[in-house]
Design a protein around this ligand. Structure first.
Ligand SMILES: [Zn+2]
Length: 130
């Protein structure tokens, strides 16, 4: 006499079958989909466990997936915040170096102009020969 119509002849799991775990000893069993919602005694320890319905099981799996996705999203968000911070920091530095470059250019032009004003030639030594 077989009580919990589990794996009798074939251990194959069809699409309607339900895998559930004993609340007491954590053994997993495969039962027919028709057994959803029915309380069965565990074949190992005899503890009565209600077979979850496939819909409930799918919902549980789905919510687990969603919470995992939300966790990944949060992680992604915090990494974005970090990178945005780096970009802002470096943008400020870039701006400072650009200002410095501008100042140096202006100084160069000013110095060159002063040299020209004092009657010498700048840079080019290829003067027309006499
Ligand atoms: Zn058990």
């Amino acid at each position: 006499m077989q009580s919990a119509g589990g794996s009798t002849s074939s251990a194959k799991k069809s699409s309607s079958d339900i895998v559930f775990t004993c609340e007491n000893c954590s053994s997993s069993f495969i039962v027919d989909g028709k057994a959803a919602g029915v309380t069965l005694k565990c074949q190992k320890c005899g503890h009565p466990t209600t077979v979850p319905s496939p819909v409930v099981q799918a919902m549980v799996e789905n919510s687990l997936k969603v919470s995992d996705l939300q966790r990944q999203l949060k992680e992604n968000e915090s990494q974005r915040t970090e990178v945005t911070g780096y970009i802002n920091q470096l943008s400020i530095q870039l701006h400072r170096w650009q200002l410095r470059m501008k100042t140096l250019k202006e100084r160069q032009e000013k110095l060159e102009a002063e040299i020209i004003a004092s009657g010498a030639t700048v840079g080019k030594s290829s003067d027309a020969s006499p």
